[in-house]
Ligand binder design. Structure first.
Ligand code: RB5
Length: 141
């Protein structure tokens, strides 16, 4: 079974809590933050990315206020393919073509319903492979 985790700083806390509850049947691991106190997003997001790379789980949903800082940090790690998505189409394509292993959302950007649909689309879409396999390998070259 695919192991999924979710993480946020304070800017993504409220939406993280909502998504964690909504997708609780998927068995999502909550990596924090556990209360809306100010933290440095590179630290909490970086730690979660390291856990993903060590194989503790397969997919990570990462949130900050805009999603920008979280995606900047996540994409500094070789092997991380983080996609900042604002709609269902980009969420779908981030899986089909980019095999994104981190979905990044802006907690101060997205409404709860849209964010839920984005996560549903991302979790239910598979990587197409084929010509895209070579391209994602080139990301780390
Ligand atoms: C925190 O105020 C905010 O800067 C952070 O959540 C994120 O939006 C950074 O990119």
């Amino acid at each position: 079974m695919t192991k999924i985790a979710i993480v946020s700083d304070h800017g993504g806390f409220e939406l993280k809590e909502y998504l964690k509850d909504f997708f609780s049947k998927e068995g999502i691991s909550d990596l924090g933050v556990y209360e809306p106190v100010s933290v440095d997003y590179p630290i909490v997001i970086g730690k979660a990315c390291e856990q993903l790379l060590s194989g503790e789980f397969d997919k990570l949903i990462a949130l900050c206020g805009t999603g920008i800082g979280a995606s900047m940090k996540a994409n500094r790690y070789k092997g991380i393919r983080a996609a900042l998505c604002h709609d269902e189409f980009t969420a779908e394509m981030s899986k089909r073509h980019n095999d994104a292993n981190v979905l990044v959302l802006g907690g101060r950007v997205l409404g709860k319903d849209l964010a839920t649909r984005i996560v549903q689309k991302w979790l239910s879409t598979d990587f197409e492979g084929g010509r895209h396999e070579k391209r994602i390998n080139l990301l780390d070259s």
